[in-house]
Design a protein around this ligand. Structure first.
Ligand SMILES: C[S@@+](CC[C@H](N)C(=O)[O-])C[C@H]1O[C@@H](n2cnc3c(N)ncnc32)[C@H](O)[C@@H]1O
Length: 227
């Protein structure tokens, strides 16, 4: 069947084909991201084991880069992990590299698994980032492979800043796709990266991981540019 045939399905069809291609030929569970997935969708996907692949060694690099950035910029800082899933990031961190860790996720199944890893100085909360409230301020807020699932991702980043110290940092990791490169452009209409790293694995999946200063910090570009 010629690819041209799919053109009647427009942009949606093209993305589905690209996704299927990646799954077939890179033989990896490439997440097809849909905005506005509800709590029940996340629940079902964790129950079905869909995210178990995140524990595999091919996924190690983006967790390692995030941990490297935390250690470099905010060694022994307080970390908020937004959309922490089953707590893989925490499981890979040395407890000496953080003074406090809070993981939040909308999926109860994920949080139950994360709680098995719970250690001193750590807490996991079942909540959406949109509903999350706390008085505590963090040195680091991590959004590891979660931002592209959220509606209004730029607003979510700005909402996260309510929990960030003035000199705190945001760390965002997203796997590479056309959609995420558009999203990076949006983010960078407001935030200037302090640093970034591109990662590829043997299956040719790539990620970009970037560090941003709080927009209260001196490295940010004016929020007016996002209008
Ligand atoms: C692809 S998984 C990544 C999990 C984890 N960050 C990791 O890399 O191991 C995306 C996670 O975001 C969570 N999530 C989705 N929407 C959310 C929201 N609005 N608030 C909090 N967590 C959310 C999902 O339940 C899921 O655990």
């Amino acid at each position: 069947m010629k690819i041209r045939t799919f053109s009647k399905y427009g942009e949606w069809g093209r993305k589905r084909i690209q996704h299927l291609y990646q799954r077939l030929f890179h033989k990896e569970n490439v997440p097809h991201h849909e905005y506005g997935l509800g709590e029940n969708d996340w629940e079902r996907s964790y129950e079905s084991g869909k995210w178990d692949f995140l524990n595999r060694p091919e996924q190690l690099a983006h967790y390692s880069v995030i941990i490297g950035y935390i250690t470099y910029y905010k060694h022994h800082g307080a970390v908020l992990d937004v959309g922490c899933g089953e707590g893989i990031l925490l499981g890979r961190m040395c407890s000496c590299s953080y003074s406090r860790y809070v993981g939040i996720d909308v999926s109860e199944t994920a949080i139950d698994k994360a709680l098995e890893k719970k250690a001193e100085k750590c807490n996991f909360v079942k909540t959406s980032i949109q509903d999350y409230k706390c008085e505590e301020k963090f040195d680091v807020i991590v959004l590891n492979e979660v931002l592209y699932y959220l509606e209004n991702p730029l607003q979510i980043l700005q909402h996260c800043e309510a929990f960030l110290k003035d000199d705190g940092i945001l760390i965002v990791s997203m796997y590479c796709s056309e959609e995420t490169s558009e999203l990076w452009k949006k983010i960078e209409s407001v935030y200037a990266p302090l640093d970034e790293t591109r990662i590829s694995n043997r299956l040719n999946t790539s990620w970009v991981c970037k560090v941003y200063r709080s927009s209260n910090g001196q490295y940010s570009i004016s929020a007016e540019r996002s209008q």
